[in-house]
Design a protein around this ligand. Structure first.
Ligand code: HEM
Length: 447
């Protein structure tokens, strides 16, 4: 995708239209022009696209069909529960769940080296801890018994995700409907009502769905399933890349480990495998080298396409006097990967530089193109009013996961393996997965 667009840019300039599967898609390639597109939120709408694709993918009836008055707005409003004050309780709960999974599965007290596949490791910890944080725990125990199967089913569904988003009917994708039904059933309201410690976000959404009589129990469960996908579909690969780059760059790991230790020492907390550690929001915010390293790995691994559908014929004003004519139904698209890999903005863009977003001990926010400062220079979470509402939680949970690993474990890539490359099959849809997994060995850090 990146190569295809770069070739067209060389031939046609910063703006060009491509006819893909009967749809005219206009790509705006120069990030200096992004603000002109992003500010036209009303005329260039994201939800027209997602409202068509998400119901088909996750299996609930279209929200905007007229059968559910007000539901789409309520759903949008529910996203505020992922941010602000609620972010604190989500983050605290995530830390408890990460500690629970780590302690029971990995902190066995042995100091021998163990070997794991890195992606599988990130997936197993982050999937379960995020699930428990969002949806809660079963009545009489701390962990869901069917988690490994649920995760495997999820991975199988997720492998088909690009085809579903491309609107290939699910019945043509062998076995995918059965798997999706299984995943949806897991989140059936009758089951979920037995769970406790459910996040306010999910509780409020469940209460909202109850107000719509024509929304069946299966439909409600399918909405929950969509949130399960949103909360782990990108976070797991993003966590993988953040860990992968740290482990393969010992100089970065060293700085990040020192930073985490010094934030804990300042608070008088001793990292000890027997006691629970928690970070306040302020402490997480102070981990700026860790944050820069995460942002750098997001820059290198994200390939989401920002899609906007024109709601009317209009003239899209760009810089100066220039404008482009847009027809109702046309698609305008931004492809931030091209910006993330632009050598004019990021020197040696292929390289991982863990402190790329730090300057003079503070977050660096000035990046330039054609001598002008960019308003948008890193966009893994989309843009404008539809920007990912879970982005603060995502960064926090990655920081927590990485902090625990860095504090408790020595970790290294097993020698003799090829380095990881990006699997392009999800280009346009978010964080790319690694083409192959990689073996790591780890052991408890010696005191
Ligand atoms: C939407 C990225 C984690 C919830 C999106 C969008 C992107 C994105 C690109 C589309 C925005 C647009 O096109 O303007 C990511 C990445 C994540 C992540 C890279 C992790 C690294 C999360 C988490 C949640 C979440 C943890 C929490 C539940 C959502 C929701 C939407 C969304 C609900 C739909 C928003 C809407 O319909 O307006 N995300 N996301 N995301 N994300 Fe995330």
């Amino acid at each position: 995708m990146h190569g295809f667009l770069a070739a067209h840019k060389r031939k046609h300039g910063d703006i060009f239209t491509v006819l893909i599967a009967g749809k005219y898609i206009t790509f705006i390639m120069n990030p200096l022009l992004y603000p002109y597109v992003i500010k036209h939120g009303k005329q260039l709408d994201f939800h027209e696209f997602s409202d068509q694709v998400a119901p088909m993918t996750f299996g609930y009836p279209p929200v905007n069909s007229g059968r559910f008055p007000g539901l789409a707005d309520h759903i949008q409003r529910s996203f505020r529960l992922l941010q602000g004050e609620n972010l604190d309780s989500l983050t605290e709960s995530m830390m408890r769940n990460l500690m629970l999974v780590f302690r029971q599965d990995y902190l066995s007290g042995e100091s021998e080296w163990s070997t794991e596949n890195m992606y599988q490791f990130c997936n197993s910890v982050m999937f379960e801890a995020t699930f428990l944080t969002m949806f809660g725990k079963p009545a009489h125990t701390n962990r869901h018994s069917g988690m490994a199967t649920l995760r495997e089913d999820f991975v199988e569904f997720d492998n088909m995700f690009p085809l579903l988003i491309a609107r290939i009917p699910i019945f043509l994708l062998r076995g995918t409907k059965t798997i999706r039904d299984k995943l949806i059933n897991y989140l059936h309201p009758a089951e979920m009502s037995k769970w406790s410690n459910t996040s306010l976000f999910i509780k409020e959404r469940a209460a909202l769905f109850e107000q719509y009589e024509c929304l069946g129990d299966r439909d409600k469960a399918a909405h929950h399933f969509a949130i399960l996908w949103a909360s782990v579909g990108n976070t797991v690969p993003a966590t993988f890349w953040a860990l992968y780059y740290l482990v393969t760059h010992p100089e970065a790991l060293l700085v990040v480990r020192e930073e985490i230790n010094s934030v804990l020492q300042l608070a008088g907390i001793e990292a000890d495998t027997r006691t629970n550690i928690s970070f306040t929001r302020e402490q997480l915010d102070r981990l700026i080298y860790l944050e820069s390293s995460i942002n750098e790995s997001l820059r290198l691994s994200s390939a989401s396409m920002n899609i906007r559908v024109a709601q009317e014929d209009f003239s899209l004003r760009l810089e100066g006097e220039s404008s482009i004519k847009v027809r109702k139904g046309d698609i305008i698209s931004l492809y931030p990967q091209s910006m993330h890999m632009d050598p004019e903005i990021y020197e040696n863009p292929e390289d991982y530089k863990f402190d790329r977003y730090i300057e003079d001990g503070k977050e660096k926010t000035d990046f330039y193109k054609e001598g002008q400062r960019l308003k948008y220079y890193r966009m893994p979470f989309g843009s404008g009013s539809t920007k990912c509402p879970g982005r603060y939680f995502a960064i926090n949970e990655m920081k927590q996961f990485l902090s625990l690993l860095v504090l408790y474990f020595d970790m290294e890539v097993v020698e003799g393996q090829k380095l990881c490359t990006l699997d392009p099959s999800r280009a346009g849809l978010g964080i790319l997965l690694p083409a192959t997994d990689i073996k790591i060995r780890y052991r408890l850090r010696q005191a």
